[in-house]
Ligand binder design. Structure first.
Ligand code: 3PG
Length: 211
């Protein structure tokens, strides 16, 4: 069964930047999500890199109806299932594995898996996956590398993340094979720790206006 692009495409085309969130304390999840939504970035990716992640997803799904909460850094089927159970509307993985493809198979929650090399992209295409994350974008070769993938893989569209910032986001967004970018710069750790939600809304507004 191919990728659930009907569910994923509106998320990837709906906003230029998908915030990539690392939360140490679930109490910050709801005000942070509200701040991002207020800035025009409703789709947010909460990464499973901390113990607070699943509870954070649960709270945002329950308490911020305007947010489209997704889970990131999903590495296996167990995490996929946990993230879906918590209320995730989309799932992001740094790579692609048969186990994750099976977990996503036929389900309503779409998987955005990562691929960087030509062989990884071909493996994704064989599974019916044409919407991919490109991670770690800057370190893997940046916008120039990603641009060079657009001629052999014209049907594949990417969300580059990793080292993407306000300074270089438009380098990616201007590529024909990029729908959106992901990044943590719109929710800096110090702003979250300080509860400076106004700053996060301001950063989100700037990011939402990028083209
Ligand atoms: C990701 O998982 O997409 C990246 O870790 C985000 O990278 P950044 O912190 O460099 O934006």
């Amino acid at each position: 069964m191919p990728q659930n692009t009907d569910a994923l495409l509106p998320i990837m085309t709906g906003q230029a930047v998908i915030p990539v969130i690392v939360l140490d304390d679930a109490k910050d999840a709801v005000p942070l999500a509200r701040a991002l939504v207020a800035g025009g970035l409703p789709a947010i990716e909460i990464t499973l890199r901390t113990d607070a992640a699943l509870e954070s997803i649960r709270r945002v799904a329950a308490e911020v109806p305007d947010a489209v909460v997704g889970a990131g850094t999903i590495l296996n089927a167990r995490q996929f299932d946990q993230a879906v159970e918590a209320g995730s509307k989309f799932i992001v993985s740094p790579g692609l594995s048969p186990e994750l493809i099976d977990a996503a198979e036929g389900g309503p929650v779409p998987l955005l898996p990562g691929a960087v090399t030509a062989s990884e992209i071909m493996a994704a295409l064989e599974e019916g996956y044409c919407l991919l994350k490109f991670f770690p974008a800057e370190q893997a070769g940046g916008a120039a590398y990603l641009k060079s993938l657009s001629s052999p893989f014209g049907a594949v569209k990417f969300c580059p993340t990793g080292g993407v910032s306000a300074a270089n986001a438009t380098d990616y967004l201007s590529l024909p094979n990029v729908l959106c970018v992901g990044g943590s710069w719109v929710a800096p750790k110090d702003a979250v720790m300080a509860g400076d939600w106004a700053r996060i809304t301001a950063l989100s507004k700037e990011a939402a206006a990028l083209k």
